[in-house]
Design a protein around this ligand. Structure first.
Ligand code: AFP
Length: 335
C-alpha cells in the first residue's frame, strides 16, 4: 500500500483540526457511521444476484415509487449505522414516510441526517450505477427529539453533504463546506482512500443530461435550450453537444464533477405544483452544495436551489439545473 495514502477517517480528522474545530469527535464519528453504511451497501450491490438483493420488495414509498429489495436493505443499513452511535438525533429518508427519531434509550447526537439510501435503484437489476446521497444539518440544541420542522432548513444551512457512487469502483465524495474531495473504496483493506482531492467542475462544457422523453411537458425555456443544443454548431449556441443519461443522479453528478456537464430535471407541466420531480432535502440540496463547492452552479431555473425555503414536508420536490458554471448560466438566460 502507498505509505502516503490518506483514508477518509484521517482526512476528516485532519480537516477538523485545520478548521480549528474543538474536536469532540462527534462529527468525525457521524461521517464514519455514514461511510460504514456505504461500505455495507457497496458490498451487497457488488454481489448483486449472488447476494439475492435484486428485484422488487413489493411495497411503495411515500411518493408511491415501487421499492426495490435493495432500497429497503440500504435504508436499514443507514438507520443502523446512524441510530446506534450517539452522533445523530434524527433522520429523513426517501424510503421512510415520516422523519425518524431514535428509539428510547439511544443517545441523541448533535446532527440530523437526510438521505436517499439507494439513488437510481431501478438500475440495480440491470447492473448499472446506483448511489447514496446524504446531507447533514445541526440538530436542535436542546437534545429533544427533532420534528419535521427541524429538518425544514434551506440548503445554505447544511454542515456537510456527500454521496457514494457504486459503479465500477465505489467512491465516497464529500464536502464539509471547504471544497470537494473524492475517496475510492479499496476493497482489499475496506477503506475509502483519497484519490480525487479538490474536485473542480470545468466551467464550460458541451455535454448535457436530461430525460428527453419528458420533452413535451417542459417549460418553453428548457424546450428552447434543448432545441438549440440539438441544432449544434449550426444553431445559436454555436457548438455540437453530447448527451448522457445514467438515470441515477449520483452517476450524472459524478460525471459532471470529473469532466463537466449539466444535469437537468426541470419543472414540467405534470409536477409544476409540487415544484419538480427530485427531492429537495436528500437530492437537490446535498448535490447543490457539492456542485457549488466544486465551482459549479445549482439552480431551480429561477433561484439557487439552496435558497429554496422548505415547506416542512421531508419529501418536498424541487426542479434541478446544475453543473458547469457557464453552461448553467446560459440555461438560466433562457428562463
Ligand atoms: P430513485 O432514487 O427513485 O431510483 O430515482 C432516481 C432519480 O431520483 C434520479 O436519481 C434520476 O435522475 C431520476 O430519478 C430518474 O428518473 P426518470 O428515469 O423517471 O427520469
Amino acid at each position: 500500500m502507498d505509505q502516503q495514502c490518506t483514508t477518509l477517517s484521517s482526512f476528516i480528522i485532519e480537516e477538523n483540526r485545520r478548521l480549528g474545530d474543538k474536536a469532540t469527535g462527534e462529527f468525525t464519528g457521524l461521517l464514519n457511521d455514514i461511510s460504514i453504511a456505504c461500505k455495507g451497501i457497496a458490498a451487497l450491490v457488488n454481489k448483486g444476484a449472488l447476494a439475492g438483493v435484486l428485484g422488487v420488495a413489493g411495497s411503495e414509498n411515500a411518493m408511491g415509487d415501487a421499492q426495490k429489495k435493495m432500497d429497503l436493505i440500504a435504508n436499514d443499513l443507514f438507520i443502523d449505522a446512524l441510530q446506534n452511535n450517539g452522533h445523530c438525533a434524527g433522520m429523513a429518508s426517501e424510503e421512510l414516510d415520516e422523519i425518524l427519531t431514535l428509539p428510547e434509550g439511544k443517545i441523541r447526537g448533535s446532527y440530523l441526517v437526510t438521505f436517499d439510501p439507494l439513488d437510481g435503484s431501478s438500475n440495480m437489476d440491470v447492473n448499472i450505477d446506483v448511489g447514496a446521497i446524504f446531507s447533514i444539518l445541526k440538530a436542535p440544541a436542546d437534545k429533544k427529539d427533532p420534528t419535521a420542522a427541524d429538518f425544514a432548513r434551506p440548503g445554505t444551512e447544511q454542515i456537510a453533504a456527500g454521496y457514494c457512487l457504486y459503479g465500477p469502483s465505489s467512491m465516497f465524495v464529500l464536502t464539509t463546506g471547504n471544497g470537494v474531495n473524492g475517496f475510492t473504496l479499496d476493497t482489499s483493506i475496506g477503506e475509502f482512500i483519497l484519490t480525487h482531492p479538490d474536485m473542480l467542475i470545468p466551467e464550460t462544457t458541451s455535454e448535457f443530461a436530461i430525460n428527453a422523453s419528458n420533452q413535451r411537458h417542459w417549460e418553453p425555456a428548457v424546450q428552447q435550450y434543448f432545441a438549440d443544443c440539438l441544432a449544434g454548431e449550426d444553431g445559436p449556441l454555436g457548438k455540437d453537444y453530447n448527451m448522457r443519461w445514467v438515470a441515477a443522479m449520483v452517476g450524472e453528478i459524478h460525471r459532471i464533477l470529473c469532466r463537466g456537464g449539466v444535469f437537468l430535471y426541470p419543472i414540467d407541466a405534470r409536477n409544476r405544483e409540487a415544484g419538480g420531480k427530485l427531492r429537495l432535502l436528500y437530492e437537490g440540496n446535498p448535490m447543490a452544495m457539492i456542485v457549488e463547492q466544486a465551482g459549479g452552479v445549482a439552480s431551480t431555473g429561477y433561484k439557487s436551489i439552496m435558497d429554496v425555503v422548505p415547506n416542512g414536508d421531508p419529501h418536498q420536490r424541487v426542479a434541478v439545473i446544475m453543473g458547469s458554471k457557464q453552461e448553467v448560466e446560459i440555461i438560466l438566460s433562457y428562463h
